[in-house]
Design a protein around this ligand. Structure first.
Ligand code: FCB
Length: 437
């Protein structure tokens, strides 16, 4: 195969604060909803917490050396809101700001562009106690925090993402209760979703007022629902789930409107749409598109079991690279976005370091090649894609699954904190050097 990416295409990898940092109670950091949730027995596999994780809070200089070895051009990481504002609002923890300041400088010195996510699910617990995302005041709380970060780092950091996958926070956090803060209330989930959109837009405007040149986006898990048959109910369900999972976040931000299907189905659950709110939401410079797999539908229902015609990952997710291409093109067709970046894509395996000291993750190498081919094909067909950031730079804390699924291109030995670049990491480095494969 000979696949060449556009000349200025950006290559990198991603992580998130709670998944890698550790130092959960150090240097003045406040408690987050994930600190609270992970410490409740039964919420996470084997009751594992992110207290230590990969200890990147202390080991980032070593990790940046590994990034250099892999020729990464960009590193996407998130800021822990309660490290900056331990109570969510009010007093600032200078030690938290200093930490990210040093990390940004170290990345830049190493020739790696920092891409920052402001909210990757670790809400200050104190704000949860004041109502959390279902409280409309959060749009201002979040904006104050975003402004603090833009003032401190906006002179050196160009790419910002306000939120990571609000779909997961709203539905898994407030509707299904399987992630922090662990609430089961459909209406609260839809109210939270509205406030995610509002907080994004308000923060966007406030950050731009400080540094007009910042590139500010938001990331979304693309949830393509693939109907495996022609059953009209399968197609209807796939279409509704598109709106419920993608449209509710994308339409307000990209088009300044709300999906009619959602308003029709839940007339009493979506907050009253204010024109001024919609205008605020309708702001972005790029959309971060994150893709893992399609959700399969058959006979008008979601397929729960594993199907023989698909291969599955350690998460139990089917491997569907064609779905990646279809998803990207669906974004383009429905919303015509000005710029897209792949901000996460990758697979979980049960990797181990071999006797020879290597981690030979053959299946991940195949996954990357197949998914990068899909990205390339979408670029050829006109998708405005400018970057590919793999998930993940290193094995880390996979939320309610704990440390079991390993997504990294770098293996983490959690007992010793030793890092080993996997064969997929070396492959990725080669792809970066050749700008293709
Ligand atoms: C995404 C999350 C990321 C990671 C991957 C596997 O939904 O953004 O933190 O957990 O899934």
């Amino acid at each position: 195969m000979n696949i060449q990416f556009p000349e200025d295409f950006v290559w990198g990898a991603a992580t998130a604060a709670y998944q890698v940092e550790g130092a959960a109670f150090e240097d003045g950091k406040g408690e987050s909803i994930w600190d609270r949730f992970s410490h409740v027995p039964g919420n996470v596999e084997r009751n594992e917490t992110g207290d230590v994780a990969c200890d990147q809070y202390h080991r980032y200089p070593e990790d940046i050396k590994l990034m250099q070895e892999m020729d990464l051009q960009a590193y996407r990481f998130s800021i822990s809101w309660p490290r900056i504002y331990p109570q969510g609002t009010g007093a600032i923890n200078e030690k938290g700001l200093d930490h990210y300041d040093r990390m940004v400088d170290a990345l830049l010195e190493a020739g790696i562009d920092p891409w920052i996510t402001l909210y990757h699910w670790d809400l200050p617990q104190a704000l949860h106690e004041r109502g959390g995302w279902p409280n409309r005041d959060i749009a201002d709380w979040f904006t104050d925090y975003a402004v603090t970060m833009a003032e401190r780092l906006g002179d050196r950091v160009k790419h910002w993402m306000t939120m990571n996958e609000p779909w997961v926070c709203a539905y898994f956090g407030y509707r299904d209760g399987i992630m922090a803060p662990g609430i089961k209330d459909h209406k609260l989930a839809l109210v939270a979703a509205y406030h995610f959109n509002l907080a994004h837009g308000r923060a966007y405007n406030a950050m731009k007022a400080i540094h007009p040149n910042l590139k500010i986006g938001i990331t979304h898990a693309t949830q393509q629902h693939r109907a495996l048959d022609d059953h009209p109910e399968s197609r209807a369900l796939a279409e509704f789930l598109w709106e419920e999972n993608n449209g509710i976040f994308l339409e307000p931000i990209l088009a300044g409107s709300y999906p009619q299907a959602i308003l029709d189905k839940y007339p009493d659950q979506v907050p009253t749409l204010e024109c001024t709110d919609l205008a605020e939401m309708n702001n972005y410079d790029f959309i971060g598109l994150q893709y893992y797999c399609d959700t399969l539908i058959r006979n008008g229902e979601r397929v729960q079991e594993k199907l023989p015609e698909f291969e599955y990952t350690e998460m139990g997710w089917p491997i569907t690279p064609d779905g990646f291409y279809n998803n990207i093109m669906e974004y383009v067709r429905r919303y015509n976005p000005k710029e897209l970046a792949i901000t996460e894509n990758g697979m979980a395996l049960a990797d181990e370091v071999g006797r020879d000291g290597r981690v030979n993750d053959i299946r991940r190498q195949g996954y990357f090649k197949a998914h990068l081919s899909a990205v390339h094909r979408a670029i050829q067909d006109g998708a405005p894609l400018t970057a590919y950031l793999a998930w993940s730079f290193m094995d880390n804390y996979e939320w309610a699954c704990g440390y079991r699924p390993r997504f990294g291109m770098v293996h983490t030995d959690y007992a010793t904190q030793a890092r080993t670049i996997k064969e997929s990491g070396y492959l990725f480095a080669k792809i970066i050097r050749n700008n293709g494969f």
